[in-house]
Design a protein around this ligand. Structure first.
Ligand code: M6R
Length: 636
């Protein structure tokens, strides 16, 4: 949540038409544009100009700030900081927008996270005579930083200001509790940006005669592919020529440099009207790329990145999948496959519930975290907790260099490419794919499946991208239906077995994008209560399993459709090609290509995403930045 950009440079890169004066502003605005998906309640920029710190900020989306900058331009500067906010403490007003400028205009600070002891600190600062113009925890941290800086000035008479902001930042960071990335710019050291991070993301970008900070690499992807991971509890100081990292006690530390392997174009809309639509259409590639290179010449799964000792994986007796939101639904889908293939008891738990219930975890428990961003605070905290209890942790993640994989014993990256739209789509399919690979790998290692069976499943998985492409190519019918339902006030989704988490994901997409009340139910649960919701005309979308599947599941779901229809529901059915039996029970049927029961979610989810997108678009909503949401939830 919240996007942060920092820039320290001197002159423009050779060949650019921009003057040195505007390089900082250009970089920061571009970074904010790319990071806006992290929060869009307000945006602001501060630069260190010839007359000290100058700042502009505005509630609302970045466009509002850009209008403000047109009216009221910022002065020439070679360094600056920017912020796009998802409100936590204090509403989305101009006053609560970042940067917060304190200390008589000398110091400006932006922040991502929540400072849990801010009220105690604020009380102390109020006693010292400070007053506050915002309701934010950030202004408290900024004020404390200003005080600490001035104390150092008094304690070091005659000493040049170099390094003082870093020392003050470290001293403040030691006093803060909670999660924070704090980034500061001081008028005394105008070419320097100092940041501290604890439990909240920050990446350094290494340029040529310029350096960058970003909440993630998209904050500077247009300018450099060289990135440096920061560790927990570290302070980083950047100038045009230098990057220095220390811990909170000032002890020098090393950051791990890596190359960003996706290009800037991958984070552009490619002619689609929204990132959401582009990302839905990226899904054949997202699945194909996630499958790519995971086998050896003989077709055995290799999963090179998975660095947990195979002898340990052989002895695990339980798997707990930790995730939130869409990622948790991917985990629920994966559970069916992992238990079926590996015969290991597998639970899926919402990360934020996990560590507060005193869970039983030991060294024979394998924790599998699922996170697109790799920064979700709830999941990060749950993974840390499980590690402390001795569990082995594997992260399934889409973001290279992010915190959750870094703090896990092993990682299996999904290669969906950057996902920018706030509502997750391609990451969901990529997560299911990666979790299936993990399940097959465990089954191979533990001898639960014959090699031939694994090869057959892999061969079937390899056909999925083309099948998704066929669903995408035949989506007009579902788009038309969605548009015709723009006035619908509530939609229920039903599914069974792997169709149940798909139903919940379909409902979540509709809530997030179209602000329509939607619920996903296990079809079998309906008669235990939710069927009371059915009245004349109630829209019910049903994910029907393959008629070729096991245990008459298909027949049971068809009965469930009949039950709701008998009570007046308008039924919309997602079924497998050739399943004519559902036609007589449905107002609308959408067919997906044939595949096995366990792989079906990779196809059945797609029409539900398209339905939510088309309905939200028909209502005129911003599908990339739905209200009240942020892409990466970095607060608990
Ligand atoms: O980055 P993560 O996968 O950890 O994010 C988890 C959820 O916050 C995320 O899936 C959220 O539910 C999305 N808005 C769903 O569209």
């Amino acid at each position: 949540m919240c996007g942060i950009v920092g820039y320290a440079g001197t002159a423009p890169a050779q060949g650019t038409s921009l003057s040195a004066n505007h390089r900082a502003l250009e970089v920061i605005v571009e970074g904010l544009r790319r990071l806006e998906y992290r929060g869009y309640d307000s945006a602001g920029i501060a630069v260190a100009g010839a007359n000290g710190i100058e700042m502009r900020k505005k509630s609302g989306k970045l466009a509002k700030l850009l209008e403000e900058l047109e009216q009221n331009p910022l002065p020439a500067a070679s360094s600056g900081i920017g912020h796009t906010r998802w409100a936590t403490h204090g509403g989305p007003t101009d006053e609560n927008a970042h940067p917060h400028v304190v200390d008589g205009g000398a110091l400006s600070v932006v922040h991502n996270g929540i400072i849990e002891n801010y009220s105690v600190l604020k009380a102390t600062l109020l006693k010292r005579g400070h007053s506050f113009v915002s309701q934010t925890d950030t202004e408290v941290a900024a004020t404390l930083l200003g005080d600490t800086y001035r104390e150092l000035v008094l304690a070091e008479p005659g000493v040049p200001s170099t390094g003082r902001l870093s020392r003050a930042m470290a001293a403040v960071a030691r006093q803060l509790e909670g999660a924070f990335t704090l980034v500061a710019l001081h008028a005394d050291e105008p070419g320097v940006i100092v940041a501290a991070r604890r439990n909240s993301p920050l990446v350094v970008g290494l340029g040529d005669g310029e350096n960058f900070l970003g909440s993630d690499v998209s904050g500077f992807i247009d300018y450099t592919r060289r990135a440096v991971e920061l560790g927990q509890d570290q302070v980083v100081t950047i100038s045009a020529e230098n990057v220095e990292i220390t811990d909170f006690n000032g002890v020098p530390a090393e950051g791990r440099e890596y190359r960003v392997d996706w290009d800037a174009a991958a984070a552009k809309k490619d002619g689609y009207p929204s990132f959401m639509e582009k990302e839905i259409n990226d899904q054949p590639d997202a699945v194909a790329q996630t499958l790519l290179g995971r086998t050896d010449g003989e077709g055995n799964l290799t999963l090179d990145e998975l660095r947990v000792d195979p002898s340990v994986l052989k002895t695990i007796n339980r798997i707990i999948v930790l995730a939130c939101g869409t990622s948790a639904y991917a985990g629920q889908v994966a559970r069916y496959a992992i238990e079926h293939w590996c015969r290991i008891p597998t639970e899926v738990e919402l990360s934020h519930e996990f560590r507060y219930r005193d869970p039983i975890v030991d060294e024979r428990t394998l924790i599998v975290s699922l996170s697109q961003s790799g920064e979700t605070m709830d999941t990060l905290m749950a993974v840390r907790y499980a590690r402390e209890q001795g569990a082995k942790t594997v992260a399934i993640c889409n973001t290279n260099g992010s915190t959750i994989p870094r703090e896990s014993d092993a990682v299996l990256y999904t290669h969906a490419g950057p996902e920018i739209a706030v509502a997750s789509t391609k990451a969901f399919l990529a997560q299911i794919t990666a979790a299936y690979l993990l399940g097959l790998y465990l089954a191979q290692l533990r001898g639960n499946l014959f090699q031939g069976q694994i090869k057959d499943i892999l061969a079937e998985l390899a056909k999925v991208p083309a099948k998704i492409a066929s669903v995408l190519a035949n989506a007009d019918q579902i788009k038309d239906l969605a548009r015709s339902m723009a006035d619908t006030r509530t939609v229920l989704f039903l599914g069974r077995h792997v169709g149940y988490p798909v139903a919940m994901e379909g409902a979540l997409k509709l809530k997030e994008l179209a602000y329509i009340h939607a619920e996903g139910f296990a079809a079998g649960e309906l008669k235990h209560g939710p069927i009371a919701l059915i009245e004349e005309g109630q829209a019910v979308i049903v994910v029907v399993p393959s008629p070729r599947g096991r245990d008459s599941l298909h027949a049971k779901v068809v009965s469930n459709i009949q039950e709701v229809r008998a009570r007046g529901a308008m039924t919309i059915v997602i079924a497998e090609e050739g399943d004519e039996s559902v036609r007589e029970h449905a107002e609308h049927v959408f067919y997906i290509p044939e595949t096995s029961t366990l792989l079906a979610p990779l196809l059945t989810t797609v029409p539900l995403q398209i339905f939510a997108l088309a309905l939200a678009t028909a209502k005129g909503f911003d599908v990339d930045q739905p209200r009240n949401l942020a892409k990466s939830v970095t607060v608990e």
